[in-house]
Design a protein. Structure first.
Length: 192
């Protein structure tokens, strides 16, 4: 089980509110140090950005600001390597790609019309999918608390390879992933 408070932004100066990721992942060990993991995370990303960063046709008036709350499924595929490996703890680095499946996009669009600010809302349900569109980087610490149980803290950053969602924004995210690990095989039976 995993939980991550995170922030998302198109520009670092525009970080406003926190979002979160919740989900599960499976990990396959090639060796005690090298593993491949994938899973399913439900992510909620909250951000605001300039209208110029939001790529969509919206009437004749250009957008001034966009505020968004987007729910999506994040399907990561990451390689993890233990830089420091001990029987009771590990320090590791990880890199990979994520696919995003947009599920509920809610937008507040602001523009100026006849010198007056105008607010419109838009909701997109089951919108676009973005296969292998996000680069994932992380490093972290894992502590074994019993033979099969462990706790992990993993700061991460997600960098877009292209635009995502209805407005095709280049949305980056950063946070810390906290997880409870359960090994199906005891360490003695895992691949060496």
């Amino acid at each position: 089980m995993q939980y991550a408070p995170e922030v998302s932004a198109v520009r670092v100066s525009e970080i406003e509110k926190t979002g979160r990721d919740v989900g599960v992942q499976l990990e396959y060990f090639f060796t005690p140090r090298l593993s491949l993991n994938t899973g399913l995370l439900h992510a909620v990303k909250r951000y605001e950005t300039r209208g110029s960063d939001y790529h969509m046709a919206y009437g004749k008036a250009p957008l001034d600001r966009v505020y968004a709350v987007c729910g999506m499924l994040d399907i990561p595929l990451n390689l993890r390597y233990a830089l420091l490996y001990r029987p009771t703890y590990q320090v590791f680095a990880s890199a990979g790609l994520s696919s995003l499946l947009m599920r509920d996009e809610q937008y507040e669009l602001w523009y100026t019309y006849a010198n007056e600010p105008v607010r419109r809302t838009r909701q997109i349900v089951n919108g676009s999918n973005h296969p292998l569109s996000i680069l994932n980087f992380s490093a972290g610490y894992e502590r074994q608390v019993q033979a099969r149980w462990g706790l992990r803290a993993e700061p991460f950053i997600k960098v877009p390879l292209g635009g995502v969602g209805y407005g095709k924004v280049k949305l980056s995210s950063a946070g810390v992933l906290f997880s409870v690990q359960y090994r199906l095989l005891p360490p003695a039976l895992q691949v060496k």
